[in-house]
Ligand binder design. Sequence first.
Ligand SMILES: C[S@@+](CC[C@H](N)C(=O)[O-])C[C@H]1O[C@@H](n2cnc3c(N)ncnc32)[C@H](O)[C@@H]1O
Ligand code: SF4
Length: 462
Amino acid sequence: MSLSQTIDFDLDLINRYNTAGPRYTSYPTAVQFHEGFTAERYAEIARETNASGRPLSLYFHIPFCDTVCFYCACNKVVTKDRTRARPYLDRLYREMELQGELFDRSRPVTQLHWGGGTPTFISHDEMTELMQRTAEHFRLLDDDTGEYSIEIDPREVDDHTLSLLRKLGFNRISLGVQDFDERVQQAVNRVQSESLVLGVLDEARRLGFRSTSVDLIYGLPHQDRKTFGHTVDKIIQVDPARISVFNYAHLPDRFKPQRRINEADLPSPSEKLAILQQTIQQLTEAGYVYIGMDHFAKPDDELAVAQRDHTLYRNFQGYSTHSNCDLVGLGSTSVGMVGHSYSQNRHDLESYFERIDAGRLAVFRGVELDADDLLRRDVITRLICHFELAFADVEKAHGIRFTDYFAQELKALEGMQADGLLQMTGESITVLPAGRLLIRNICMTFDRYLREAKEQRFSRVI
Ligand SMILES: C[S@@+](CC[C@H](N)C(=O)[O-])C[C@H]1O[C@@H](n2cnc3c(N)ncnc32)[C@H](O)[C@@H]1O
Ligand code: SF4
């Protein structure tokens, strides 16, 4: 294992730095998106990107779920009525026509993702149709070289689903497992048997999916080291290429379904940290490396290799090996990253339908990045992906002198250096194993909007 991909779990440091912070799937973060950024501006920017001929990444949001998981913080519509997919897909096709007109057909789609909600809520015929319609408007790759992925709820898979998805061009799946313990499953209303999950993973391997990823969540009701340890052990035995271990944050005011979770059943903060520590130990002993931000991978997985080669990239779809794409978001709530902008579609189905039915794009807010945003995004992305930053690389890309431009930030990092989170020289920053779990805190130092918000709060206080 490469030393640069190891982590240290330092309880004292984690407790000290444990503040809420952005996950930096975008910089600036969604807080900076505003409605002054219009669909018309989005269309202009999209057309301008054709000059670059860059590949495209398509994200499709399928918002429906058959039953609600009480912990869920995703944007979803819970319904047993499968006919609700039809009017949504019709709008998605209309939106694809509108979006497809903006981008040159010669631009290859090197990345494609169906996310949710539950993408497999739709019928097999609808899946086939959605892919066919996509191919009418965008240049899909048919040689399996793209990164075509889909989120799978094991309860929504029958004997033919995975083989159909493979035939349609998908080569990666991520599987929502969360926890195998029955008591936990019942408390969060997500009951799925072990044999079901293991069967899906086996089938994916047999069908030649290139990479399989499993989602687990720690911090759920009734979890403790012993029970969650069993879940992790069982997952390790089936040997997926990637494992995500998400932290459950209980925010019932923000996410209504979470009100149905009994707070008294949640593990204490110290038990939660102990679960995390144990999980990291289990995964690293089993040969997984820490990629960053909740993600682990086998050392020979593309993501781990890309991290070592410094070609790893991170955007709204998470970690990826395809950095040079414009990302087109399709469907309600989807986020796009096109040219130097972020954009977001309307959230709820009604207002999404209303826009599309009026023959307009559904973008309702976004942000254009200025030179400072681009520079800071580059710094944050490099730190998150590589845990290392050579000032000369940033200087070359942005025409600045790093130590002058970021004098204030470098000063602020001194405390973290003293705490052993990172090592600075006059030419670089290296995140040390004890700083890897706290990477978002390190990145927050470079976030201009957070600093400005803090300064404003401070000036109000005095
Ligand atoms: C859109 S869901 C995956 C697809 C499918 N709906 C499923 O649940 O299997 C994406 C993942 O987000 C994670 N997730 C959802 N809500 C969460 C929360 N409140 N805290 C942590 N992780 C969460 C779960 O691990 C889930 O598998
Ligand atoms: S975790 Fe997945 S299946 Fe459960 S409610 Fe959320 S999106 Fe739907």
